[in-house]
Design a protein around this ligand. Structure first.
Ligand code: XMP
Length: 526
């Protein structure tokens, strides 16, 4: 077989990984589709719906998926894709809006349903087809649509229906087009992953996207890009920067210069742990900067959450720049940016995009420092980042660490940040993490942490009256931090955490549990 030396996504043709392109029509589920495909060991890439067929062809995808979306195909500003996509000779799967758009584009008819169909439905498969290979004739699927297909274009065939939807799955063999009205990517379609896997097989994919091949390829890539030059990386101890550090270190060893800034609002034992793992075990070149006094001075008396964030962000840039300027001859700045950070979001009419909190803590660093960016994890989802970390030998404690905000404990102290608040908060947080781990909850949920409340309440301990501060316990489950449910922790566990905090943490005499989901609450209190 002939292979050209052209580079695709950083891979030469001979190493080309199988890719399925997802055209995003503003669906809340596009990233889920991408993840499900990757679970089938096929690489997936999300592109905006208006990407031209020529540009898509350059990606050399094995298949294309048209996502769902909030619009109606009849809306005046309905997002449309390049029609030439249907003539590329590449298998296409339309999901929900993607199906309706294809039907309308190819000469069929879509109408507004009498009522929205939302929730579980029973799919009755009438036609044995590769898309439903290995699946029973009846299966549960998840529906979420207002419009539906009324008439299919010539050359199309019905594959399945539900009680409310005649064309719940269709195919056009000539065009190699498949369409489904339901959502195979969500957990409420329990066998959806098999349908996605079947589509990958229809696309001829064998499944060559693995984290082992990713690591191997990226080590070559990083070596090629950096040559003999030095790379600076701000290590926070979080999953992303830790895995980026481990990967780059494996590629270029001591050419990687890590900087760890203690900003005074870290958790108990955190600075020691990072030095232990990265400097001692991995033998990385790690500069540790104790900037606690500097940060706490700037934060003194500040109560507004956004001002706390800005102060910490700005101060971090200053401290980091000072440390980086001492590293002579560095030309790259490495960041642990992951795929969800780089996916171009598509503006669809009516989509909310208001900003609740400013989460960008180190914005503007590369431009200011005139360094080239190195973002080796830019193609990975979080679960893939964790797997890479594991394969590179990082301890489970780091790989599975719960998210921790850049502004740290500063946004978990309501009111001004002070040592008097930080000390009990650190102790309470430590107890929570320890007990959550013991009970097997820590790795199952998104986050569990303590919040320090600047109110004092009366208590009685022994025969003595106490008048001390309150700690709020927050524990949430979430897929991505965008929405979250509070966790129904067992009473026994709540009791243990509460009594340990009150007995062991001086200055705290009351623990309360936060019963707010997101929305309407946010995960952090500030
Ligand atoms: P919220 O509080 O917005 O949090 O519901 C969603 C997720 O983001 C984390 N978070 C932050 N992370 N800088 C960060 O790096 C921040 O300023 C910040 N604020 C919140 C939060 O811990 C949760 O996982």
């Amino acid at each position: 077989m002939f292979y050209s030396s052209k580079i695709f996504n950083g891979y030469t043709m001979s190493e080309k990984i199988e890719t399925i392109v997802i055209l995003d029509f503003g669906s809340q589920y596009s990233q889920l589709i991408a993840r499900r495909i990757r679970e089938c060991n096929v690489y997936s890439k999300i592109l905006p719906y208006y990407t031209s067929a020529a540009k898509i062809r350059e990606e050399m995808p094995s298949g294309i998926i048209l996502s769902g979306g909030p619009a109606s195909v009849y809306a005046p500003k309905a997002p449309k894709c390049d029609k030439a996509i249907f003539t590329l000779g590449i298998p296409v799967l339309g999901i929900c809006y993607g199906l309706q758009l294809a039907i309308q584009t190819l000469g069929g008819k879509v109408t507004r349903g009498k009522a929205r169909e939302y929730g579980k439905a029973e799919l009755r498969v009438s036609e044995k087809d590769k898309l439903f290979k290995g699946l029973p004739a009846k299966l549960q699927v998840w529906m979420s649509h207002g419009d539906k297909v009324q008439k299919i274009p010539a050359g199309f065939k019905k594959l399945a229906e539900t009680g409310n939807t005649e064309y719940a799955a269709v195919v056009s063999k000539d065009r190699n087009f498949y369409g489904i009205q339901f959502h195979p990517e969500v957990v409420h379609t329990p066998r959806g992953k098999e349908i996605i896997k079947n589509f990958c097989s229809i696309c001829g994919c064998k499944g060559n996207w693995t984290m082992a091949s990713f690591i191997e390829q990226n080590i070559k890539d990083i070596k090629g890009k950096t040559g003999k030059e030095k790379v600076i990386l701000g290590l926070s101890g979080g999953v992303d920067s830790s895995v980026a550090a481990a990967l780059i270190h494996k590629a270029i060893g001591k050419q990687l210069k890590c900087i760890f800034v203690n900003n005074g609002v870290l958790r108990k034992g955190e600075a020691e742990k990072v030095r232990d793992v990265f400097a001692k075990n991995f033998k990385m070149d790690l500069t540790y900067i104790d900037a606690e006094t500097r940060f706490l001075k700037k934060l003194a008396g500040i109560t507004d959450p956004e001002r706390k964030r800005k102060i910490i962000g700005n101060e971090f840039v200053k401290v980091f720049e000072e440390a980086a300027s001492k590293i002579k001859g560095a030309s790259f700045l490495a960041q642990g940016t992951t795929y969800p950070d780089v996916i171009e979001s598509v503006p669809i009419d009516g989509n909310p995009s208001s900003m609740i909190k400013s989460h960008h803590n180190v914005g503007g660093l590369p431009e200011k420092m005139k360094l080239k960016l190195l973002e080796p994890l830019g193609r990975l989802f979080k679960d893939e980042v964790r797997e890479v970390g594991r394969q590179l030998g990082l301890p489970e404690e780091i790989v599975m660490r719960q998210p921790f905000p850049g502004p740290g404990l500063a946004v978990r102290i309501i009111g001004p940040v002070s040592k008097e608040a930080l000390t009990p908060l650190r102790e309470a947080d430590y107890i929570i993490v320890e007990e959550m781990k013991k009970a097997g909850y820590y790795y199952k949920i998104w986050q569990a942490f303590a919040v320090f409340l600047p109110v004092k309440t009366v208590g009685v301990m022994g025969d003595e009256r106490t008048y001390e501060n309150v700690i709020a316990l927050r524990a949430v489950e979430s897929m991505d931090g965008m929405t979250a449910d509070w966790v129904k922790l067992p009473y026994d566990l709540l009791e243990t955490i509460s009594s340990r905090i009150i007995n062991e943490v001086s200055g705290i005499n009351r623990v309360v549990y936060d019963l707010t989901s997101k929305p309407p609450g946010t995960i952090e209190w500030e």
